[in-house]
Design a protein around this ligand. Structure first.
Ligand code: ATP
Length: 324
């Protein structure tokens, strides 16, 4: 059972208080500005995805939350406390790098060592092994574990003491599809059980499937911070393709109706017009085309995947190491 010390305390975290508060955080490593004024809030009970390409600053931000890296500027609060203080760390579980376990000891014994160091009873080891579904394999030596099992044992270690916040840095990195699915299900079930989870990922599909909220970060800047649905519904995330003849007249109606210049695409036999952002009233647009005597062959409204929005947000041609 969790000990008294891991329960939320009335003086620190209430229902309306953010579990993580980051405001205007900057961090420079030599010439590289890893974080350039990052602000975000993680509310209790949320599964929050930190999404970004290589070098975006995700790990730096997570390390700051754990007090492993000190920001140059800005303010950070974790469970209402400065990061890295014993009060904050006691209720935070983290998996930042590949966990180091003693290979010839069993998963259970490895966890017992960690649990005892934290003053936790062995029953807590059984609890976390069950949560990550390793209870059947708990007595096997760690050397016999697959990469995915090793990662799950790492999450189990992070869950010792029933933390209020779980921080996972790319927990599915390097896992096979089965390991990814299993880790995904684990994070989802932790979120459903009320644990606040902040995790970073390259896996856009997984963020889409398991997060309540996602922050897209690139080159040290937050580009989007919203629910998955809202990010997918941003202007420009739904496109419209229209096949109509005569195409030039159809283009004129589309431009008048939407204020956008449609892109003409396709060959002479299959010419179509593409709008980067579908209007809200597509039936109205169709009526306008018909009223202008235009023949409509096909109209297709496409919602971008989170992946599409993500790439649109993070694509840039310039040098990523260049400073602004
Ligand atoms: P990845 O997905 O590749 O792990 P990331 O989003 O986690 O990337 P960070 O590891 O936070 O990105 O790195 C952000 C930038 O800061 C990178 O340019 C990186 O090289 C640099 N950086 C991070 N830590 C250090 C350090 N200790 N010393 C020097 N530069 C660093």
């Amino acid at each position: 059972m969790p000990t008294e010390t891991v329960q939320p305390r009335p003086d620190s975290v209430g229902a309306a208080t953010a579990t993580v508060e980051v405001a205007g955080v900057r961090k420079r490593f030599g010439k590289v500005e890893a974080l350039r004024g990052v602000s975000l809030e993680v509310l209790p009970g949320q599964v929050y995805g930190l999404l970004g390409p290589n070098g975006a600053g995700k790990t730096t931000l997570l390390r700051i939350l754990l007090g492993l890296v000190r920001p140059d500027d800005g303010t950070v609060r974790v469970l209402g406390r400065p990061p890295g203080t014993p009060e904050a760390l006691r209720r935070v579980g983290a998996l930042i790098e590949t966990p180091a376990f003693v290979p010839h000891l069993s998963g259970r014994t490895n966890l017992q060592v960690l649990a005892r160091a934290k003053g936790l009873p062995d029953t807590e080891v059984d609890r976390v092994l069950e949560v990550v579904e390793l209870h059947q394999r708990g007595n096997d030596r760690f050397t016999g574990y697959s990469l995915g099992m090793g990662q799950r044992l790492g999450v189990a270690a992070a869950l010792l003491g029933d933390p209020k916040l779980l921080i996972l840095d790319e927990p599915t990195n390097g896992l096979d599809p089965e390991g990814v699915a299993s880790m995904r299900a684990l994070v989802r079930s932790l979120g459903a059980g009320g644990t606040t989870v902040l995790f970073s990922s390259h896996q856009l599909g997984e963020v889409q499937q398991i997060c309540d909220r996602v922050v897209v970060i690139d080159r040290g800047l937050v580009l989007a911070d919203d629910t998955v649905t809202a990010i997918r519904d941003r202007p420009g995330s739904v496109t419209l393709d229209v096949w109509a003849t005569p195409a030039d007249q159809a283009a004129r109606v589309l431009a008048e109706y939407t204020g956008q210049t449609p892109v003409e695409d396709g060959d002479a036999d299959d010419r179509h017009l593409h709008l980067a952002s579908a209007p809200d009233d597509v039936p109205g647009l169709i009526r306008a085309l018909v009223a202008a005597g235009i023949d409509i062959h096909e109209v297709r409204r496409e919602r971008q995947t989170l992946e599409g929005v993500f790439f649109a947000l993070t694509s840039h041609d310039d040098d990523p190491t260049e400073e602004s």
